[in-house]
Design a protein around this ligand. Structure first.
Ligand SMILES: C[S@@+](CC[C@H](N)C(=O)[O-])C[C@H]1O[C@@H](n2cnc3c(N)ncnc32)[C@H](O)[C@@H]1O
Length: 264
């Protein structure tokens, strides 16, 4: 049976929860300041709640869509103390909004929504003047020799490194600010009369991972899930060998890119 790449995250819920970085507080504040007033927000592809909880803690009423049963179960656990969060197990494409939302959020998930329909779906879900806020973490190992060694391993195992793996690009590619022209995920949207007030922003962090946390992190990334299980096990063993020979920790640069606009 062929697996769809967008459906693999639930295979590694524990690793996802343990190792995936969340989002900077400053980003959450920036989204809420840009979007205000926010009463009801819709979150597309909420996963285990890495973005959800940050907004719920600020009192936002959230309707979360998550198609994967195992991710949704983790989301229920993570948000159990927030009565304003409701969870619907569905992909965005087959869900009908019954109200207009003030804010649509997608954390690390918008690229999985149907390419031909995503903007129409977003527009239909938002109130007039509503905000769309899309954000992604992009990762790059900060130590150049370690990155080269891990890229070699990726290549040996035919990992699709074109897709946000930490060994793919040097961190300096992500340094500085992001320009709208460099980053907006759909250039055609800038000419779409339904949307206005485009903003893009980049936030920088660095996080140190132990070898075992880094293996969990790789196990949660779709590029590594798409190789055979035996191959993945061998790859992780080789990665562990490299990291252990370099002190047992590795530093990952994380750039978080945020894109926002409003409906007219
Ligand atoms: C990389 S995870 C991001 C999860 C979470 N938002 C986060 O920040 O950690 C992508 C999520 O999008 C979900 N997803 C995939 N296709 C989707 C679709 N068509 N509609 C809604 N969610 C989708 C996946 O099940 C997965 O939970």
């Amino acid at each position: 049976m062929t697996r769809e790449r967008r459906g693999v995250f639930g295979e590694a819920v524990a690793q996802y929860e343990a190792a995936r970085p969340g989002y900077p507080n400053e980003l959450i504040d920036d989204v809420l300041n840009y979007a205000e007033p926010v009463d009801r927000a819709l979150e597309v592809g909420a996963g285990t709640g890495k973005g959800t909880v940050a907004f719920a803690e600020r009192g936002v009423r959230l309707t979360c869509l998550e198609p994967d049963t195992r991710m949704a179960a983790a989301l229920v656990r993570q948000t159990s103390k927030f009565p304003l969060v409701s969870i619907i197990e569905t992909p965005f494409e087959t869900w009908e909004p019954s109200e207009g939302f003030d804010l649509l959020l997608a954390a690390q998930s918008w690229h999985w929504v149907n390419e031909d329909r995503k903007w129409d779906l977003a527009y239909a879900a938002l109130k007039e003047g509503g905000t769309m806020a899309l954000f992604w973490n992009v990762y790059a190992l900060t130590d150049v020799p370690t990155q080269a060694a891990l890229l070699d391993i990726d290549r040996q195992f035919h990992v699709d490194t074109v897709g946000n793996t930490p060994s793919e690009r040097p961190y300096e590619d992500f340094e500085g600010e992001i320009e709208l022209a460099d980053g907006w995920p759909a250039f055609d949207l800038v000419d779409d009369p339904r949307f206005t007030k485009f903003v893009s922003r980049r936030y920088h962090r660095e996080q140190s991972f132990s070898t075992s946390l880094y293996l969990d992190f790789l196990s949660s990334l779709s590029a590594y899930r798409m190789i055979d299980e035996d191959q993945r096990r061998s790859l992780l063993r080789d990665v562990a060998r490299v990291l252990e020979s370099r002190g047992g920790t590795v530093s990952v640069g994380i750039a978080t890119d945020l894109f926002m606009c409003r409906t007219r």
